[in-house]
Ligand binder design. Structure first.
Ligand code: GLV
Ligand code: GLV
Length: 323
């Protein structure tokens, strides 16, 4: 019997081609670049055997109940899975596919770009050129912080954290600190020193958050965290917005407690245009574009489709989440 799958969004053609070539499923889709409304999601999943979703779709008990007992695989086009209610999914015996590895390079590259843009104040400079603020070459104007001789702290030295560290080292980083649950053997490749979070926070000139969002990391970067940072330090987050307490970050940035912040992720997403963080010159906010290269998004969609097909056919999935 033909199996039903529901796609919560338009995805790159690479993934669509794989689904149609397989000929094992009947695809229905929220055929838009905008998120599926909750009511349409609850309708769309009814009777589905497979669900292909994005990180912006909250997949909880309500969605699983709406889907019903046919559902056997959820394939998310993301490396993050904090939008999936793992306990509820496990209880129902549903498998999960996700997209680690394929977006590591693109995300690390974007994180480095964001770090440099924030530390060297690129968005401010671009703005000044446009608004007539560029009156002459001035010795003290638009000065920022460079990586040469610095100490970098990576919170969460996983796949992406490692790739960020590898890219930052050639800029002349002096010490590379990292924190997390356990020391990582691979850290030797980047001369990484495993230190307690407090040490990382107080000794780093650049702090890069690259951990996954879990109950332990939720709100990890709060008032106490920012108050231990150097006044000259730059804070970067390209993991999940909820790792940061944004009110505390706003306070730290506006009071000069820390130098600057660059965020590729926020809570909520999108961040409302009237959000206080957006009034600050020393805060650079990007719209969650870590993995956004044409080729990476193409490969992500292909892997997401292959994971879905593997789950539908009770066979191997190229990237199955073990949970
Ligand atoms: C991006 O944030 C992802 O989880 O893929
Ligand atoms: C900068 O352009 C310099 O010449 O120092």
């Amino acid at each position: 019997a033909v199996m039903k799958v529901f796609l919560t969004r338009r995805i790159p053609q690479e993934g669509m081609k794989i689904l149609s070539a397989a000929g094992v499923c009947e695809v229905s889709q929220w055929d838009s670049d905008e998120p599926v409304p909750r009511t349409e999601l609850l309708k769309g999943v009814q009777g589905a055997h497979g669900l292909l979703c994005l990180l912006s779709d909250k997949i909880d008990a309500e969605v699983l109940d709406a889907a019903g007992p046919n559902l056997k695989v959820i394939s998310t086009m993301s490396v993050g899975f904090d939008h999936l209610a793992l306990d509820e999914i496990k209880k129902r015996g549903i498998r999960i596919g996700y997209t680690p590895d394929v977006l590591t390079d693109a995300t690390a590259e974007l994180t480095v770009a964001l770090l440099l843009a924030t530390a060297r104040r690129l968005p401010e400079g671009v703005e000044e050129v446009k608004n007539g603020g560029w009156s002459s070459w001035k010795p003290l104007w638009l000065c920022g912080y460079g990586l040469m001789g610095s100490t970098v702290g990576v919170v969460g030295l996983g796949r992406i954290g490692m790739a960020i560290a590898q890219r930052l080292l050639p800029f002349g980083v002096n010490r590379l600190l990292y924190s997390g649950r356990t020391a990582k053997p691979r850290a030797a490749e980047v001369k990484g020193e495993f230190v307690p979070l407090d040490t990382l926070v107080s000794e780093s000139d650049f702090i890069v958050v690259s951990c996954s969002l879990t109950p332990e990391t939720q709100g990890l970067c709060d008032k106490a965290f920012f108050s231990k940072m150097k006044k000259t330090a730059v804070f970067i987050n390209s993991s999940r917005g909820a790792v940061v307490n944004q009110e505390d970050l706003y306070e730290a940035l506006s009071s000069g407690q820390i130098a600057a912040a660059g965020l590729d992720v926020t809570t909520p997403e999108p961040l409302p245009t009237n959000h206080p963080l957006l009034t600050l010159k020393n805060c650079v906010v990007l719209p969650h574009i870590g993995s956004a290269t044409y080729s990476t998004r193409g490969v992500m969609s292909a892997l997401t489709a292959q994971n879905l097909l593997g789950g539908l056919q009770d066979s191997d999935m190229p990237s199955e989440l073990r949970f």
